[in-house]
Design a protein around this ligand. Structure first.
Ligand code: C5P
Length: 397
């Protein structure tokens, strides 16, 4: 799998850098060409001589060679690579990557790299568990960086816990899987609508009814479809997310706006993935002025919104239609009922009862259900869930 692949191995200043020697040997042994980039501090943990010998290439640390002024081009390096693997990755380097700091060659190379990037964090358990580190990892994950999770075990500090860099063999396997995943543009020429995020139903000029949807699942699906060559129109309710590269985004507010935006575009699409959390009810009328509070209680009369998925289900013909179900009870029966009623090809069931699933997080626990079978997937990132969903779309096509 790694034969002939170009891999940049980035090494940062962690005691786990001693394992980078074994890692480099395994990568070279598997047929990869490896170039090593080190941070200045990493040289204190493992010598450039060791890494140069094992990688069969000179080590890169500085932006230029002070002896002859020769420039180490991070841009060229970034373009050369099929994969950029940073192992070990310290909390410091992860933080800098998450914020775009570029004060050494390893980091400028990260910002220039167009290839998949993987990091294998290594640090003490408290540093790893710290909210700052976890926030940085979440942001990196959002930016498409693959995190090779550290293992639990004895740490250099003598403490025992999570933070030990993954074993070199496991890292090699993760990199091989990552490169194998670089899918061909299997969906080239196809056009998908993806709905995402929360709708907003105005009560008066300042108040509204909405929900906790972050839009992360839908955005991940849009990103995955695009990475396989599909054209994607993302009909987005409220989210705080950036538009994924290459995706056409149409912003809407209410369920009715989303309905209109979807219906006019569905005819010339090959399918739709309905990830949005659409309001089922909206105020019967929107007050023109801010509603004044009175002495007693008040009630807002609501009317049903139109079901976008069901409408597309009616019109779908040969198109693929994928729905989501978020259930708190009788989940299987409700999901199956929805599958039939809305004419979905399959439905993604996420249970709110499972930890790590649901609205705001970066992970999800889902089952893919079609007329023939139910497939339960373990806890994984929303990006990974999106891959499974798009794999199933490809099967159905
Ligand atoms: O019926 P329920 O809201 O549970 O169905 C969820 C599925 O239907 C999701 O895929 C959601 O995006 C979609 N839906 C829709 N329009 C609505 C309500 C739900 O597209 N008005």
């Amino acid at each position: 799998m790694l034969k002939g692949k170009h891999i940049i191995l980035g090494i940062t200043g962690s005691i786990a850098a001693y394992k980078s020697a074994v890692l480099c040997r395994l990568l070279v042994g598997a047929g990869a060409e490896v170039k090593v980039v080190m941070t200045p501090l990493a040289k204190q943990f493992i010598t450039p001589l060791t890494m140069a010998t094992l990688s069969k290439n000179p080590i890169l640390v500085d932006f230029f060679n002070p002896e002859n002024g020769e420039w180490n081009s991070h841009v060229k390096l970034g373009l050369w690579a099929d994969c950029y693997l940073i192992a070990p990755a310290t909390a410091n380097t992860l933080a800098k990557m998450a914020t775009g700091v570029a004060d050494n060659l390893l980091l400028t190379t990260y910002l220039s790299a167009r290839c998949p990037v993987a990091v294998a964090p290594a640090m003490d358990l408290d540093m790893y568990a710290h909210r700052a580190t976890q926030r940085n990892l979440a942001r990196l994950r959002e930016n498409g960086v693959n995190i090779i999770a550290p293992a639990a075990g004895e740490l250099a500090s003598g403490l025992v816990g999570n933070g030990r860099m993954a074993e070199p063999q496991d890292i090699v396997e993760a990199v091989a899987a990552l490169l194998a995943e670089k899918k061909k543009p299997t969906l080239e020429g196809k056009h998908f609508l993806v709905t995402a995020g929360a709708t907003i139903e105005a009560i008066d000029p300042v108040r509204y009814i909405s929900n906790h949807s972050s839009g992360k699942m839908g955005y991940a699906v849009a990103e995955e479809l695009t990475s396989r060559g599909a054209r994607v129109t993302l009909i987005s309710g409220r989210t705080a997310l950036d538009t994924p590269k290459g995706v056409e985004r149409v912003d809407v507010l209410s369920a009715e706006d989303m309905y209109q935006a979807c219906v006019v575009r569905f005819d010339e699409a090959d399918g739709a993935v309905m990830c949005a959390a659409v309001a089922d009810y909206t105020p019967q009328s929107v007050a023109q002025e801010k509603i004044k509070k009175g002495e007693g209680d008040m009630a807002i009369a609501l009317k049903r919104t139109r079901d976008i998925a069901a409408e597309l289900g009616q019109r779908k013909g040969q198109r693929i239609l994928v729905g989501f179900a978020m259930e708190t009870q009788n989940e299987q029966a409700n999901a199956e009922d929805k599958l039939r009623r809305k004419n979905f090809d399959f439905i993604v069931l996420n249970s709110l009862r499972v930890e790590g699933a649901g609205f705001r997080g970066d992970t999800n626990v889902v089952s893919l259900i079609d007329a023939a079978e139910r497939k339960d997937l373990p806890l994984m990132s929303k990006r990974e869930v999106a891959k499974h969903i798009v794999d199933k779309i490809e099967e159905k096509l």
